[in-house]
Design a protein around this ligand. Structure first.
Ligand SMILES: *Cc1c(COP(=O)(O)O)cnc(C)c1O
Length: 474
């Protein structure tokens, strides 16, 4: 018998409320009702002096949070790059919390460690990456980039006879970091955390879709003296474009440089036979960062740091302490591949999602998202003054409204259209900047999205655009 008399009612209430939320989601507004300031008021009260019954606390939480939730797991949510939190992943994640496993080492949670170990092998198989690679289960691609680049930093300096894990960067040979002009902000964060500096990089020119220009990369690499880390991108967040990673890898290999790939969503093209050509040659890189909470549809937080040289991975992350059970060399302690010691058992939702979708289900879903993104783009670009930017061979693109007007008027109009869409609430879309201009960003990446969601969203977008144009004409 549990010490909390409310255990059963609390957990059941959470399950009931979750189900209620999920079931009304398709019909509900796809944008939050209240903003942060309003929600801050709804949540605030003096520090609780006395406890309360758990089930009443959960009921209170639900009541307060409701109006400030964003329908990120909804079928018509196209903001940022947000997976749909599939029910199988959510349920496995609930159990992960309920089981309360600390997935630090394999003696502590044999089940948690085994689920990770098996899911890691499945991921390498699905993504068709070198099978000897090791995988750390992290919070997302930001930390996966950090882990991959930490392994890179250690490996390139070890070749110079420098042990950075032991001695730090003071006095170490200087590393040159090569990175594309259109790399994701989180890669710069990783460089910042690692003492490599987000500005102390050599930026490589990109083309109109944000892809690294291979000639510029060759020139930059030839100029390098000393150890080199090159960073490529699979899936630019605005255009969905891929750097020429296969060609880059041949050059970095010849130069004994390390090639890291930020493939937060784009790496998954390799799990879809009709898209795999986009990511050709990526298996020649040294490390890869990707997310579970984007295309694999696990709930937050879930990402994977994949490193071909498992020893370099382990050297960068391993933790040793006298009170921690030492595992044998061939055993995979989860904590040796991630920055944290104590953490949730992320292998369970990953294992459950791969089982729930299967290899063919993952491939079909990716294929469908790419087709749906193209469908939306083709419909939008037929309207007067709508410009669509992106290769349209993946699931991402950006659009501008009032492209027939001056750049400044078009920026203002695009912003106004985004606000109007969010006010309307049929679908959710956000903004961003591309090549110095305001754009609306579109990412189709939820398991729940269907053709009719796309068509309803196109109607909502175009009528928001018509309203804004009408207002401007007055
Ligand atoms: C989402 C994304 C990231 C960051 O991933 P998180 O899961 O938010 O940490 C990095 N790179 C790219 C290309 C992304 O799309």
């Amino acid at each position: 018998m549990s010490g909390d008399p409310d255990q059963a009612s609390t957990l059941r209430r959470a399950a009931d409320e979750a189900l209620r939320y999920r079931e009304q989601l398709p019909a509900s507004r796809q944008a939050p009702l209240h903003d942060f300031a309003a929600m801050r008021k709804i949540f605030s009260e003096p520090t609780p002096e006395h406890g309360a019954a758990s089930d009443a606390v959960i009921a209170d939480l639900v009541r307060r949070a409701d109006g400030g939730l964003n329908a990120m797991s909804g079928a018509r949510f196209f903001g940022w790059v947000i997976g749909g939190s599939h029910p199988a992943g959510v349920a496995a994640d609930w159990l992960t919390s309920a089981w309360g496993q600390n997935c630090g080492n394999l003696q502590a949670s044999p089940a948690g460690a085994a689920a990770e170990d098996v899911a890691a092998n499945w991921l390498l198989d699905l993504l068709n990456l070198p099978r000897e690679s090791s995988i750390g289960f992290v919070t997302g691609a930001t930390v996966a980039n950090f882990v991959g680049l930490a392994a890179a930093r250690g490996a390139v300096l070890r070749k110079q006879g420098w042990d950075v894990e032991r001695n730090g960067l003071f006095g170490a040979p200087e590393i040159t970091v090569l990175i594309g002009e259109d790399a994701h902000a989180t890669v710069f964060s990783a460089l910042q955390f690692l003492g490599l500096g987000y500005e102390r990089v050599a930026r490589v020119a990109t083309d109109d879709q944000g892809r690294i220009q291979i000639a510029a990369f060759r020139d930059a690499l030839e100029k390098c003296r000393g150890p080199v880390i090159a960073i490529a991108q699979a899936g630019q967040i605005n255009t969905g474009a891929f750097d020429p990673i296969g060609e880059m890898a041949k050059m970095t290999r010849a130069r004994s440089a390390w090639l890291h790939v930020d493939g937060a969503f784009g790496l998954w093209a390799r799990a879809c036979p009709s898209r795999a050509h986009l990511a050709d040659g990526m298996e020649l890189a040294d490390s890869w960062a990707t997310d579970g909470h984007k295309w694999l549809q696990t709930p937050y937080d879930c990402g994977y740091a994949i490193v071909k040289d498992a020893d370099a991975h382990r050297s960068a992350m391993a933790i040793a302490a006298s009170y921690l059970p030492a595992s044998a060399a061939h055993e995979r302690d989860p904590a040796h591949y991630v920055p944290e010691l104590s953490r949730r058992a992320r292998g369970f939702p990953t294992w459950a999602m791969i089982k729930a979708l299967g290899r063919d289900g993952i491939a079909d879903m990716i294929e469908r998202h790419c087709a749906l993104a193209r469908r939306m783009a083709e419909k939008l670009r037929k309207a007067e003054g709508v410009e669509v930017i992106g290769a349209l061979d993946l699931n991402q693109f950006v659009a501008r409204f009032g492209a027939d007007l001056s750049p400044e008027e078009s920026d203002a109009m695009t912003k106004a259209v985004i606000s109007e869409i969010q006010r309307d609430g049929v679908c959710f879309l956000g903004g961003g900047a591309w090549r110095g201009r305001q754009v609306m960003r579109v990412s189709v990446i939820s398991w729940a999205t269907t053709e009719s969601d796309i068509d309803a969203s196109v109607d909502a977008i175009l009528s928001a655009y018509a309203r804004v144009r009408l207002k401007n004409a007055r």
